[in-house]
Design a protein around this ligand. Structure first.
Ligand code: XMP
Length: 508
């Protein structure tokens, strides 16, 4: 595997994903953690950082100590730190360099082997390396910076390289090839991090971990919990006791269709119809946070009731994925914070359950690859994210069964149309929102006074930022027509054209 030392760059996870895409396993660890080198570690990558190497509190690692052990590749800040530690100079550039640049290759070398001349790379830095240390050689420049790529001359230590640009980002056209040169030709990694290998290893590890015990698990119908459950099922069969709760605010027919899919996948999942409990608890509540808390709290109660009937289960299965557990480096100082994440808040401690989290090392796109390899239907693998509180945060104001039915009907028209027009996969998330205001309309000779549906669709990578999706007007016109003609109680449809920030994806 490869170790990525993180100095807090916004691109660190992209480095990890690019390495994994080359079928090489890697782990991100904060720069401040000591790496203990064992045989499995083949090389080290130093990430970028929001800091300048000349800042008083600039994060540090001992690059020489690392190169005594394994090949090292510094990217952006990592390259500058390397140059500085070996006696080169790094200075603030007159002009900051962001965006597109073209490489002039100075020397053919393993790292830039087979890269085309004038290859486009992506820059994002305020400092530049002005002078390379003695015993280093230049591999590439660009029009505006003297040092875009360098290496230490071949010698006693392991190979040491630096890149001023970001090979991990999409706009560095041959960036993946450069990373692969490092991983395969320089570090000698074997490309065996494949879904098939992951499945074999994980199922074996789950058998060891769980032994002859039982696992209970709440499933959501989403990708992560389904893939996790199928893996656990492969290891222990029906000793996985899954629970899928109808909280009354799922999409139209979702409870039945998801249970059917679980059955097809051979999963032992019990469906619990708790609709009425949720409607009773939500009655009269209009505040978004209060609605969220009510649903979250009641979900735990329902789950616990089910688990109490299953007293001999000793493990709790969860679909936690890698971005939830990466220790992140705070950009506001060198302190390190750990994101904690519990899908079923506080339950494991309360019920004395041990956790089983087979997807803890995977990125979302890897979960999908594993899911496909496991034969999970594409429909489920490619599902948009859907919030835990479901349609409750898409009905502004109070939740009633009638309003849920109204929104379910409109949402169903919208989602089916997205699929029919091949637009579903082009957006990151989409859904309808029921607004609490009524407006005047006319149908036939009759005046109507009914509710409004807002359609939302966004493009995004991680849900942290998002743009509204530019869906074709013709498509929006079709959906609007179909909703107004078929969903009694709706006489107006609008399209949300707000980005995040400043708006959020959900309306509540
Ligand atoms: P916002 O509205 O914050 O949404 O832009 C970002 C992403 O998070 C989802 N979301 C939630 N998911 N419980 C969840 O499990 C919640 O309370 C919740 N609120 C928002 C939202 O659907 C989007 O994908």
């Amino acid at each position: 595997k490869i170790i990525i030392l993180d100095f807090g760059s916004q691109y660190t996870q992209l480095i990890a994903r690019a390495v994994r895409e080359a079928n090489v396993y890697c782990e991100i660890i904060p720069f401040s953690k000591k790496v203990s080198f064992d045989d499995s570690i083949k090389g080290v990558i130093l990430s970028g950082s929001p800091f300048s190497v000349n800042d008083a509190n600039a994060p540090q690692v001992d690059v020489k100590a690392l190169t005594n052990e394994r090949p090292v590749l510094g990217i952006c800040y990592g390259a500058q730190l390397t140059a500085q530690q070996y006696g080169g100079s790094v200075e603030r550039s007159n002009k900051r360099e962001y965006g597109r640049a073209y490489l002039h290759l100075e020397k053919d070398d393993a790292l830039l082997h087979n890269i085309t001349p004038a290859s486009q790379v992506w820059m994002s830095h305020g400092d530049s390396i002005k002078n390379l240390p003695d015993n280093f050689e230049l591999l590439a420049t660009t029009d505006s910076i003297p040092v875009a790529a360098f290496r230490q001359k071949e010698g006693e230590t392991q190979p040491l390289y630096g890149l001023q640009f970001h090979p991990e980002v999409y706009h560095s056209i041959e960036g993946k090839k450069i990373l692969q040169n490092f991983l395969i030709n320089i570090c000698g990694c074997s490309q065996d991090w494949t879904p098939a290998h992951f499945i074999t290893d994980t199922v074996e590890a789950l058998k060891q971990q769980i032994g002859d015990q039982k696992v209970i698990m709440a499933l959501s119908g989403g990708v992560d919990s389904t893939v996790a459950a199928v893996l656990i099922n492969k290891a222990i069969g029906d000793r996985l006791h899954g629970i899928f709760v109808d909280n009354g605010v799922l999409r139209k027919d979702e409870f039945e269709s998801v249970l059917e899919t679980y059955k097809t996948l051979g999963l032992n999942v019990k469906g619990i119809n708790a609709k009425q409990r949720f409607y009773d608890a939500l009655a009269g509540k209009t505040d978004p946070e209060e609605k969220r808390k009510t649903i979250g709290g009641l979900f735990i109660d329902v789950f616990q009731d089910a688990a109490n009937e299953d007293k001999d289960a000793t493990f709790l299965g969860q679909g936690t994925i890698y971005p939830d557990v990466i220790e992140s480096v705070s950009v506001h100082g060198p302190s390190v914070t750990i994101k904690s994440h519990h899908n079923v808040g506080g339950l494991p401690e309360k019920m004395h359950l041990k956790l089983v989290e087979p997807l803890r090392s995977l990125f979302k796109d890897e979960v999908r690859r594993v899911g496909r390899e496991l034969g999970i239907p594409d429909d489920l693998i490619n599902r948009h994210p859907f919030p835990g509180p479901g349609l409750a945060i898409r009905i502004l104001g109070e939740i009633t069964p009638d309003r849920v039915a109204l929104l379910q009907a409109a949402d169903d028209v919208y989602v089916k149309a997205l699929k029919k027009h091949n637009l579903y996969a082009t957006v990151w998330q989409a859904g309808a929102i029921l607004l609490p205001i009524r407006s005047v309309g006319v149908m036939g000779d009759e005046r109507t006074y009914e509710y409004t549906i807002a359609l939302r669709a966004v493009t995004s990578v991680d849900g942290m930022t998002a743009d509204w999706a530019h869906l074709p007007y013709d498509f929006l016109a079709t959906v609007s027509n179909e909703i107004i003609n078929n969903v009694r109680g709706i006489n107006r449809v609008v399209y949300d054209i707000s980005s995040k920030p400043p708006a959020t994806i959900e309306w509540e």
